[in-house]
Design a protein around this ligand. Structure first.
Ligand SMILES: NC(=O)c1ccc[n+]([C@@H]2O[C@H](COP(=O)([O-])OP(=O)(O)OC[C@H]3O[C@@H](n4cnc5c(N)ncnc54)[C@H](O)[C@@H]3O)[C@@H](O)[C@H]2O)c1
Length: 350
């Protein structure tokens, strides 16, 4: 317990504030760092070494009293990650679909608070969006290593905002066989901007902007959805035989994709089967259930269930996004920053 004297001399509880720049300095732009942490975290998920309440979505009605856009919300994502981590925390992440087009701002913004589980005191506050986008990409990387065709060379990205950029960057850096990238966005300008960014950064990778989602998807051995779509538009027939789909933006795949795929994998069944997402709709209609699920991704990472078993399998990963991924990655970066003296130390009381 802290005394008044402690408070006077400024030795009370402190927290470390890490901006995006601080996180980048500590290693927070490294896809390999996130892939390593995410692999460990998913294995802990399979072992049940975590606590992760269902995330509440804060949504408000628009000026006409109508429910807003599907991507207009703030989500609270608390969790405790056990195993070698032993850390609690919360990601509080806001989103407005029209931030990029209307305000020239990134769609998502937020904070992560880390808490020491021995006292439950906050020990750090971190910018959340960098970690969130990089950990989401790392889930696709881990998924691709286990579920995509071995030595895959072609990846398609539908939706070309910040999340797609991180997904492409991480797949290119972590999966060296990837040599061709196909892009589609309803905004041609966004697709071209991402294409130019990738081409400048990875000159050995061929980048092609496609005129339709169908053309991009038909090319992908790996397909990643990164839109803010609120209804499905990708039917099963667009997928190449043996495709691996990382359904990052969740609402893009028609129901028949889940029903016809050889394997459907989620990150966490309880988190994935809610909020009237496509998978949840199928469950409510009695057309899909946990029995139809191949695995949670952590079970495959931990070797309890098989990943890809033949080059012809079509495999869908439906990653809702888990708080344990954010909290584990944030803690790793906190440790690196603390050890290197990066960031701003703030007193809790003064
Ligand atoms: N599953 C997860 O863990 C996770 C984590 C973070 C973000 N996300 C999701 O990723 C998505 C993308 O996020 P972002 O920050 O890049 O958003 P963004 O607004 O920056 O980019 C989205 C892009 O998709 C395009 N788009 C919208 N509808 C489209 C359609 N039907 N076809 C093709 N392109 C379309 C837009 O023009 C825009 O360029 C969001 O839906 C977000 O919720 C998922």
């Amino acid at each position: 317990m802290m005394s008044v004297k402690d408070r006077e001399v400024g030795t009370g509880p402190e927290l470390l504030y890490l901006s995006r720049g601080n996180l980048a300095e500590a290693g927070g732009e490294s896809p390999a760092l996130y892939a390593e942490v995410i692999e460990r975290t998913l294995a802990l998920h399979a072992e049940g070494k975590f606590v992760q309440p269902l995330k509440p979505y804060l949504r408000i009605l628009d000026e006409n009293g109508e429910p807003g856009h599907i991507a207009d919300r703030i989500i609270a994502m608390p969790s405790y990650v056990g195993g070698g981590f032993g850390i609690s925390g919360l990601k509080w992440i806001g989103s407005k679909h029209d931030n990029p087009a209307k305000r020239g701002m990134e769609r998502a913004s937020g904070l992560i608070v880390l808490n020491d589980p021995s006292t439950n005191y906050p020990i750090a506050v971190l910018e959340a969006s960098l970690i969130s986008s990089m950990r989401t990409a790392a889930v696709t990387v881990v998924g691709a290593k286990l579920l995509a065709r071995e030595g895959f060379s072609d990846a398609a990205f539908v939706g070309c905002g910040l999340i797609a950029q991180r997904q492409a960057q991480s797949l290119i850096e972590c999966c060296p066989s990837l040599s061709r990238v196909y892009l589609y966005d309803v905004s041609d300008e966004s697709a071209r901007r991402m294409g130019a960014w990738l081409q400048a950064r990875y000159p050995n990778v061929a980048v092609q902007v496609e005129a339709s989602a169908e053309a991009a998807v038909r090319n992908g051995e790996v397909v990643v959805t990164c839109t803010v779509a609120d209804r499905p538009y990708i039917p099963f027939e667009w997928l190449r035989r043996g495709a691996f789909v990382s359904n990052v933006s969740i609402m893009d795949l028609h129901k028949d994709v889940f029903l016809k795929a050889d394997k459907v994998v989620v990150d966490d069944w309880e988190q994935a089967n809610r909020e009237k997402k496509v998978l949840n709709q199928l469950v409510l209609e009695g057309r899909f259930s946990r029995d139809g699920l191949h695995a949670e991704l952590g079970e495959i990472v931990a070797g309890r269930k098989p990943g890809r078993e033949s080059p012809d399998e079509t495999i869908v990963l439906n990653p809702m996004g888990m708080a344990i991924e954010d909290i584990a990655c944030a803690y790793r970066l906190y440790e690196l920053a603390r050890d290197k003296g990066i960031g701003l130390r703030l007193p809790l009381y003064e």
